[in-house]
Design a binder for this molecule. Structure first.
Ligand code: MRU
Length: 385
């Protein structure tokens, strides 16, 4: 099988892989307009910070490319696109890639285009650029991350390291290669990886459904654990496995380095620090939010109770046949039990050893915070001064 693709795009056509059906079924659905893009993101058929931004941008690009409705004027077209982008932004609140993509698209359609048609063309070309650039970004993150682990975690071909990752940050969450999983992929192809561990990632199981599937797909030696097994793994097998790093992705890294990522990330950072294991965040600069000063300013998405009290999966029937997409209730339906279901948590910068971006790896300064001014001088001077 060729490489995994969350998104298949050619001008005027967008196909999005339904990740809720993975790994049991491979089903692409067409996304033809803003509403379908919004639903695909909000229902988590597509998920992962970069992929969310890509589907929102390309979904609207497809709608605009295929629209035969006459456009009134340049300004009316800009206003219509702004409105569509503001609506798409409401699909999921925590990942900042979508906001950064929207800002980029809004700026692009204001610079240059003189007619309504030019505005549409500029929007479509910029959305395609966001999609195409993401792959190169991830390959660079892979290289920077592997180099950092050679220098700081002793990874070498004669002393391969093992790593643990959480949630899914691979091809399925991006346009290809992945961020944290991209570093693991690069380690493996450079003969620096002994073993990859991945967590189940409750409640939505992005680790067991998606990452375990991607690791096997790539032929990377790997082991799946539940979220609650990490401490035991570090204590009992850390030395024998040469487990040197936890590598995670990010939905939003704020100015001081505090990082929102899939719920369960924070507890892994605490455990890594206790066990002397490096804790690395892999984040494209599109996941960095310089406007928010600390993690306290991050809005954490809370999702519905059924995503915790029920699971979707393949049911194996007594006769051995498989029902590929069944819902199973795993907690009482009694509403008297309250359910708290935050999709993300915030890991404080003090627990993070390095933030790997496509522009290089950032470490903490003497004040214990990360300084992004070196790798993002333009955005830094616009926002921070
Ligand atoms: O709720 P999800 O599946 O969208 O959460 C995804 C994550 O938390 C990822 O780690 C993050 O978006 C980075 S993906 C490269």
């Amino acid at each position: 099988m060729s490489a995994l693709q969350a998104v298949k795009y050619s001008r005027g056509s967008l196909q999005v892989l339904d990740q809720l059906r993975l790994p049991h079924e491979f089903h692409y659905e067409a996304v033809t307009n803003r509403t379908e893009a919004w639903e695909s993101i909000a229902s988590m058929r597509v998920r992962g910070a970069p992929a969310i931004a890509i589907v929102a941008s390309l979904g609207l690009a497809v709608e605009l490319s295929n629209s035969s409705a006459p456009k009134e004027s340049r300004d009316a077209t800009i206003a219509e696109i702004d409105e569509a982008l503001d609506y798409l932004k409401t699909s999921r609140p925590t990942a900042v890639d979508l906001t950064n993509a929207i800002n980029q698209l809004k700026a692009r359609i204001r610079e240059g285009p003189e007619s309504a048609d030019d505005v549409v063309q500029a929007f479509v070309a910029e959305a395609e650029k966001i999609f195409e650039k993401d792959l190169q970004t991830n390959l660079s993150i892979g290289d920077h991350g592997a180099n950092w682990l050679k220098t700081h975690a002793g990874a070498s071909s004669s002393s391969q390291i093992s790593v643990l990752t959480h949630c899914n940050t691979g091809s399925l969450a991006t346009s290809g290669h992945g961020t944290a999983l991209g570093i693991i992929r690069t380690l493996y192809s450079n003969n620096l990886l002994k073993h990859a561990f991945c967590t189940e990632t409750r409640p939505y199981n992005q680790g067991s459904r998606l990452t375990a599937f991607e690791l096997v797909f790539e032929g990377i030696p790997s082991t799946l654990i539940t979220d609650s097994m990490a401490a035991s793994l570090f204590r009992t097998r850390g030395k024998e496995e040469n487990l040197a790093a936890v590598i995670v992705g990010a939905d939003r890294v704020v100015r001081n380095g505090d990082t929102a990522n899939k719920v369960g990330t924070y507890q892994l950072a605490v455990l890594a620090r206790h066990h002397g294991i490096k804790f690395i965040v892999a984040a494209p600069t599109t996941s960095i939010d310089l406007e928010t000063k600390t993690g306290d300013g991050i809005k954490i998405e809370e999702r519905k109770r059924e995503e915790l009290t029920q699971i979707t999966g393949a049911v194996i029937k007594p006769d051995g046949s498989v029902d590929k997409a069944s819902k199973v209730r795993i907690a009482t339906a009694d509403q008297r039990i309250n359910v708290w279901n935050p999709a993300f948590d915030v890991t404080p910068a003090e627990l993070i050893d390095a933030i790997v971006t496509e522009r290089g790896t950032v470490e903490k300064g003497a004040d214990g915070t990360f300084d992004f001014s070196q790798i993002m001088p333009e955005r830094w001077s616009l926002i921070v001064g």
